[in-house]
Structure formats: C-alpha cells, structure tokens
Design a protein around this ligand. Structure first.
Ligand code: ADP
Length: 607
C-alpha cells in the first residue's frame, strides 16, 4: 500500500466553550464542534501531528467515501496505537490499519438531535465508549467531532435555563395573581381602566397602550398610556370595518390575541397620522359576559417585538381585566340602582308624610267634632233623663201601666245614650292623652265578681255558664277602680255578646312574672264565635267592629248585639295608662264550631 499525502484533512478551527447563546430549543447544530477528519489513506503520522498540534482536539473521525468508519479519541490513539504497534509503526502505516484495533464503534448523531437526547445517548453508551468523541452529521453531509465535555456542559446549561424559566414562570404566575387582586380591589370603572394599563406593563414591555371599547360602529379609547396628546386621543375613533380582514373583527371571531409583526405591511392597519409608527402591535379581546366589548392594544417600536410568551401572559391578564371590568360595571349598576331606589323611597316617604299629615288633620277634626257633639249631647240627654225620672215618679203616670212602660223605655234609652256619649268622651280623652288615673288600692277579684253579679240576669237569660277561678286570692292592685271597672265590664259584656246561648265563660286570675316584674293576669275565655288572627290587633282600634251593622240593637248583651265599637279601644287605653298590656288569642272566627276567644289583661302590681 502506497503512502498517500494527507489530502483529506480538513482544516480545524479552535473551538470555544462559550454556550451563552443556547436556548431550550437548541440542537447539536448550535454546539461548537471540531471538523477535523481524515481518510483511511492518511498516515497515522498525520493524525499524531494534528493531535499534538491541537491539544484540545478530542479525537479524529475516519471517513471513507463519505461514510464514517469510526472515530477515536486522543487518549485511545496514543495509548493503544503506541502499545500495539509502537510509534514507528503508526508513523508509517495508513490509519486504516489502526482503525480495526481502536475505533470499531462510534456514536453518529444528526445535527438536529436535541442536546438532551444526545447527552442521554452518550452517557448510556456501553462501557468503554464513554469518553469517545461523538460524530455529528450535518445536513450538508459533513461530519464534525463533538466533545462529550462540551455536550455535558451544554446539557447542564440547558438544565439551568429550564430551571430559570420555571422560576420566571412561577414568579409571573404569582405576579399575575397579585395583579388580578389589585385589579379587583377597585370597583371604580375609571380606576380599573387605568390600572389595567399600569399592571400590564409589569408583564410586557410596550411603548403605547390603550383600552378601547366598542361604541356602535367604532372603537373609542377609554384609557391610554404613552399617547401624549390627551385631548386628541380622547377624540380618536377607530372605525370597525365590516370585512373579515378588519383587525377588531378578527379579535371578535377568534376571541384570541392578534399579533401583527409589522404594521407597515398589514393592509387593514389604520395608522393614526399624528402618532409615531410603532411597528409591532398586539390586540387582546376584552370579553364580558361572553361578548367582546373592546380590546387592549399594545405597541412596540421594533418589528416582531412581541414573543409568543408575551401573548400568553397578556391573554391571561386580559381575562382578569375583563372580570375586574365586569365587577366595576355591576357595581356601577348597583350603585345607580341604589341611588334611584333611594330617590324613589325619598319621594314616596314625602308623599306618605304628606298624606299622613292630611289624615292626621282630618282625624283631629273628626275627634274634635265627636268630642264637641258628645258634650253637646250630654246636656239634653241629662235633661231628658231627669224629666223622664220625674215624670215616672208621678202617680198619674204610675196609674197607667202602658204609659209607665213607655216611661221606663225612655229612661233606659236615655241611659244607653248616656253610656255611649260617656264612652265617646273616654275615647277622646285617651286619644288626646288626657286620661287621668286616680290610683288606689283595688281588689280586682272583688271588682270582677261584682261585674259578674251585675250581669247575672243577662247570663241567665242567655243560658250562659260563667265560672271564675282564683279571683279571691288575688293580691290588691294599685289602680283606678272606676277605670278598671270599665275594662272588665267591656270584656265581660263582649264575652256574653259574642258567645251563643248555652255557651260558657271562664274568668281566671293569677300572678305571673313578666320580664322580671310581677304582674296580675286576668284571662277571660269564652266559647263564642272567635276572632280571625288578622283582626286581633284591629279590634282594639276605636270605632272598629267586625260585626254587621244591621245586627246592632239596643240589647246590650244580645248575641252578636253590636255596639259603637269603643269598648276594646277604651279598655286598651285604660290598661296602657296603668302600664299594662291587653291582647286576645283565638284560633279564628267560626260561627259553626265556635272556637272561642280568650282576652288577657296584664297589670303591674305596682303602678
Ligand atoms: P263593640 O261595641 O262592637 O262590641 P268592641 O270594641 O267592644 O266594640 O269590640 C270590637 C269588635 O271586636 C266587636 O265588634 C267584635 O267584632 C269583636 N269582639 C270583641 N270581643 C269579642 C269576643 N269575645 N268574641 C268575638 N269577637 C269579639
């Protein structure tokens, strides 16, 4: 075999280990490699010289007819060639002789292989290969040597990069969260708009930023940063064209960010003539209740300045911005509604107050009229009663039984009239707060027993059973005997009046504790027609009657006899003037089953 000159030796450039240019997407093509290659015809001497001349050269690649036969390292070359053949031999023999002994295996990788993958393959090579140089094949069919150390350095740089990226991501996520909180911390629409631009600046650098909202067929700038002339900016209107090419229409359709790398090459770009041309543009839709209400617009001076990552962050941010805007809108709506409601309530209150004042005046006029009439009636009634009594004592009248009966009718009618007029006067006193209580030691049990006795004939006539319990043992009470008599008279008369014939009335007295105070309680239970729950408070109002007017009669204790509707109003006024309490309990009004009513009076033992 003749010895050929070293024709196939490529020039080798010194490699650096500067890996700062690497990104997470780098491949073997981005790594520094050696392009030292020899053909099998080349003398071992040639290789030895090269290895000597370039101390950092990790090895050599052996190529024949564009096929990599093998690669061997500096270490193996020196060790093994020296051992087996001696220096003299390797200087004279073609390298192919040595190839069999020292470079049977090699790792051949494509330059598009990722650094991570290459590192895994290199590290998992069978034992003995571990530090052999790696051969990288480039698309132009050239072969380069890659030092395993460089590969491992690159791998650790990428690990550091991805760690850094992860940390950045985490920081950004955290700041996005904080941004979201800050955005939602205000419910003022204008403030939220301003904050949107302030906060987005923390995520993405931009020269000019604006929030644009759709108003009819155009977009209006409602908040801006970096526009300079505020007045002119406020007056700006961006027309929304009805073609699909319109940028805002694209945002509406895709609901995703639209990025224009260079606005000078975008046909549908509407450049505002007084603004500088910023070449990169990003528009992010603001979606509110599933509707695109506007967009966030950001510009950068240089072309293609926004990265895919920028878009990701701003899209996430826009979601938060839309929520903050929606909250502010709802809050505005609620505040406006509240304002309207308050105004309405104010108006209604005024109307009601006005009506109330009129009613109060009318009521006062009515009360005055009733009071005056009652006073005016009292005098003639007293005259009628007096003369009737004088006349009935006359023997001439007494002689004629028929005339005598007529006289007693006149007297009892005048009595009843007198009572009614007195009741009206009582009510007017109560209403005007001029009722005076003359308190004395009163035995309520005794008083009630007297009233019961008084109505004995009426009870008998109506075949009603009246039972009393515990009345005798009641302690004396400090109260106005005359007034209290009116209370229980009214209650007992009502019990008789609203209980059908053969019914029963029970009066029970007891001492009870009420809110820490000792009270005397009288309960008057009847087996009468009962009272509907919704009427139970109303019956204590003056002139209130639930009975039919047609049934009114002069019969004081007739079943459902009716009256002027004053008894309970007077009773309530008197009880309250004693600091007491009066109320009724009844399952309801029923004239078939007669559920009955129970009236309670509670009076404090010390007034
Ligand atoms: P009146 O003069 O009409 O009896 P009151 O003030 O004494 O006026 O009573 C008011 C209304 O309360 C009565 O018209 C009647 O409808 C109802 N009422 C009072 N007591 C009873 C009762 N014990 N049972 C059923 N209804 C009663």
């Amino acid at each position: 075999m003749s010895i050929e000159p070293p024709a196939a030796v490529s020039t080798m450039t010194e490699q650096t280990t500067d890996l700062t240019h690497l990104t997470l997407n780098s491949t073997l093509a981005d790594l520094p490699t050696y392009n030292f290659q020899v053909s099998p015809q080349v003398l071992g001497e040639m290789v030895a010289r090269q290895l000597e001349e370039y101390p950092s050269l990790p090895g050599v690649i052996i190529i024949e007819n564009n096929i990599v036969l093998g690669a061997f390292s500096r270490r193996k070359f020196l060790e093994q060639v020296g051992q087996h053949y001696g220096v003299a031999v390797y200087l004279k023999r073609p390298i192919s002789v040595m190839l069999k002994a020292i470079a049977p295996n090699h790792l051949l990788l494509s330059s598009t292989c990722t650094i991570q993958e290459a590192a895994e393959l290199a590290l998992n090579r069978p034992l003995g290969w571990t530090y052999e140089p790696i051969v990288v094949e480039f698309p132009d069919q050239t072969y380069h040597l890659l030092d395993i150390y460089i590969l491992l350095l690159a791998q650790s740089r990428l690990l550091a990069l991805s760690h850094q990226q992860e940390q950045n991501r985490r920081q950004l996520t955290e700041s996005l969260q904080k941004i979201g909180q800050r955005l939602s911390s205000s419910l003022d629409w204008q403030k939220v708009l301003k904050r949107i631009l302030k906060e987005v600046d923390k995520l993405v650098t931009y020269e000019r930023g604006a929030v644009l909202l759709q108003k009819g067929g155009h977009l209006e700038i409602v908040a801006q940063r970096g526009f300079g002339d505020k007045e002119r900016t406020r007056a700006l209107r961006i027309l929304i064209q009805s073609t699909n090419a319109d940028i805002f229409q694209r945002l509406v359709q895709t609901r995703r960010a639209v990025v224009i790398g260079d606005v000078t090459t975008e046909p549908s770009w509407q450049q505002v003539e007084w603004l500088p041309v910023d070449r990169s543009w990003m528009g992010i839709p603001l979606v509110n209740r599933d509707q695109v209400i506007g967009m966030l617009s950001l510009t950068r001076q240089d072309a293609h300045a926004f990265t895919a990552e920028d878009v990701d962050w701003v899209e996430t941010f826009a979601g938060q911005a839309a929520v903050a805007l929606e909250n502010a809108r709802l809050y505005n709506q609620v505040t406006q509604l509240n304002g309207q409601l308050e105004q309405k309530v104010e108006e209604r209150t005024q109307e009601l107050n006005h009506a109330y004042n009129i009613l109060e005046k009318l009521d006062q006029t009515k009360s005055d009229f009733i009071k005056v009439s009652a006073h005016e009636l009292r005098t003639p009634i007293t005259v009628i009663k007096g003369y009737a009594q004088v006349l009935s004592a006359n023997p001439l009248i007494q002689q004629d039984a028929k005339v005598e009966e007529m006289m007693s009718g006149i007297i009892s009618g005048a009595d009843r009239l007198h009572q009614v007029v007195n009741s009206i006067l009582d009510v007017t006193k109560i209403a005007s707060g001029s009722l005076t209580v003359y308190a004395e030691n009163t035995l309520l049990g005794h008083l009630i027993a007297q009233i019961c006795e008084q109505y004995g004939p009426d009870l008998q006539q109506r075949q009603l059973t009246l039972t009393t319990t515990n009345l005798d043992s009641l302690p004396p009470l400090n109260g106005d005997t005359e007034l209290l008599k009116k209370v229980f008279q009214a209650l007992i008369v009502n019990a008789i009046k609203y209980t059908p014939d053969e019914g029963s009335i029970r009066i029970d007295g007891q001492v009870v504790a009420d809110n820490g105070a000792t009270q005397l309680q009288i309960a008057i239970q009847d087996s009468g027609i009962g009272i509907d729950p919704d009427q139970q408070a109303l019956i204590f109002e003056k002139f209130y009657q639930t009975g039919e007017l047609a049934l009114h009669s002069s019969g004081h204790t007739k079943f459902k006899g009716g009256g002027p509707g004053l008894g309970l109003a007077i009773a309530k006024g008197i009880v309250e003037a004693h600091d007491g309490h009066i109320w009724v309990e009844s399952p309801g009004h029923d004239e078939e089953r007669y559920p009955g009513s129970c009236f309670y009076v509670r009076l404090p033992l010390t007034v």
